[in-house]
Design a protein around this ligand. Sequence first.
Ligand SMILES: Nc1ncnc2c1ncn2[C@@H]1O[C@H](COP(=O)(O)OP(=O)(O)O)[C@@H](O)[C@H]1O
Ligand SMILES: [Mg+2]
Length: 229
Amino acid sequence: MSNMIAELLGVGHQYQDGPEVFKGVSFNIEKGSFRFLTGLSGSGKSSLLKVLYLGLKPRWGSVKLFGEDTFKMKPTLVPLLRQKIGVVFQEFNLLDHLTVIDNVSLPLRVRGVDEKRSHKHAGELLNWVGLGDCLKAYPPSLSGGQKQRAAIARAIITRPQLLLADEPTGNVDDEMATKLLCLFEELNKTGTAVLIATHNQRILKKFPYLQLTLKDGTLLQQQLEKKAS
Ligand SMILES: Nc1ncnc2c1ncn2[C@@H]1O[C@H](COP(=O)(O)OP(=O)(O)O)[C@@H](O)[C@H]1O
Ligand SMILES: [Mg+2]
């Protein structure tokens, strides 16, 4: 069995006839890894995450997910691969007309799990992310940090092999940002590979994982600074 979740080789993209967003991007995501994707606003972080969850087909290069060449595979495989990936979107994408527990249960419900079991699991997960008091609340009544945690719970309820999070600390204060990162670390310890797009410098300093940085359309892999002892 390969140790690779994603293998990108020479990936490039350009929207319509706009400029190249990135080019020649090559990197791997290994099972159980924890990585940051950094770069200035507009550098292509969200676009690259989209490539990874099969929401965007890049113009150039090759993208393998779970060993499948995404350009050559049968379209029927797309939903199966997507099921192995959890995504925390920048704008949360919670459904406002469903309660928090129903939002978080949804990925299980669409996989055919009954309401009782999916609610039990969602309730446990919401307790874990500190939203045990908000099960019956509707998303519009939640703070940014609470929505963020609900979105994280929804993304991980299926125990994805890969979690992608787009600026997950963009709407919360430093203390909550640290808490969310600790949550991602806990998830990572259970075996999920994590890739977080962020430009939050304080978080990058505090959590010294490898950084993939998009700059001027190319991807740089940063060396880890040695921790001061
Ligand atoms: N759907 C789209 N259509 C056209 N241009 C887009 C689209 N999405 C993103 N872009 C452009 O691609 C570039 C990279 O955007 P994005 O991936 O959102 O970067 P980041 O997440 O790092 O801010 C920007 O110049 C942006 O305007
Ligand atoms: Mg973005």
